[in-house]
Design a protein around this ligand. Structure first.
Ligand code: GLU
Length: 289
């Protein structure tokens, strides 16, 4: 079986040890499988993505010894592909426009008859306020577009994906009930930049012919969304490997704003790529590998 994996950072802050682990693990897996390693820059958010972070991450990855086998894909170049996927879902009647603010949603969820809101990978499950809004005519581009989860699941009783990561290895099944209760009508196109992480990642994993998605365990629940979108859009399902997260000394997950663990800082203090491999628990590789 061919093996193509990727590292897909967002240039919204410095890469830290967690990113280094993710990138090195994916790179090691590609090399061990005589496969292909690709880089994708996830810069759909023009407010948060910065050229300085893009340049720094390329430099950090090269310093770590990571080599990508094709020119990096940039999501900001890929808007036509995302629009085509949204058009496909709109034509199927699976999207609806939504004008709700965070406050509208919180208020609706706070109403006493609603009970405790369920939280999914994107926060509280949307209470459906805009679900009856018209879906005919041209696809609106100035409002959020949500996936009508019930309509998307008509005729689908469950989805499955193959997981090889340490926490859940095996075939993972998500039922229609899981989707309704834990995920709900997620936003697939944001009004401010016309796409979303979920839609773009699915379209681009297919465009880059990714056979194995390697990424952090924090995205495990989001994979159910991606597998469903692959099915709706007629795209192949990769195998998933959700790896452990690198935590700080208090056990907290590292975040981009956590400059203390930035790779650049370790580099400035004289760390070598082998030091970083050791710090994240990866075996050393000979310099020629
Ligand atoms: N861009 C995402 C991040 O930096 C990763 C997306 C993925 O691996 O699917 O967290």
């Amino acid at each position: 079986m061919s093996f193509t994996t990727r590292f897909a950072p967002s240039p919204t802050g410095p890469l830290h040890l967690g990113h280094a682990y993710s990138a090195l693990l994916a790179h090691d897996m590609a090399r061990a499988n005589h496969g292909t390693f690709l880089l994708r820059i996830e810069d759909i958010d023009p407010q948060r993505s910065k050229p300085q972070w893009h340049a720094q991450l390329i430099d950090d990855l090269a310093w770590l010894g990571i080599r990508w086998d094709a020119a990096p894909m940039r999501q900001s170049d890929r808007m036509p592909a995302y629009r085509a996927a949204l058009d496909q879902l709109w034509a199927l009647g699976l999207l609806y426009p939504c004008t709700c603010t965070r406050r509208d949603i919180d208020l609706a969820l706070g109403a006493p008859q609603e009970g405790a809101p369920h939280h999914g990978p994107d926060g509280p499950v949307y209470p459906g306020i805009c679900r009856t809004r018209p879906r005919s005519g041209p696809r609106p581009t100035d409002q959020h577009l949500r996936l009508d989860m019930a309509a998307a699941l008509s005729g689908i009783s469950s989805t499955t994906f193959l997981e090889t990561g340490p926490d859940h290895a095996g075939t993972i099944t998500r039922t229609a009930q899981d989707y309704a209760a834990r995920i709900g009508d997620i936003v697939l196109a944001r009004r401010d930049f016309g796409t979303s992480y979920h839609l773009s990642v699915v379209v681009d994993d297919a465009a880059q012919s990714i056979t194995h998605v390697t990424r952090g365990a924090d995205l495990f629940e989001a994979t159910a969304i991606h597998v469903l979108l692959q099915r709706l859009l007629g795209l192949p399902h990769p195998v998933y490997h959700h790896h452990r997260l690198i935590r700080d000394s208090q056990g907290k997950r590292l975040a981009k704003r956590d400059d203390a663990r930035a790779l650049a800082k370790f580099r400035a203090e004289g760390a070598t790529p082998q030091t970083i491999r050791r710090m994240v628990g990866l075996d050393p590789v000979p310099p020629s590998a």
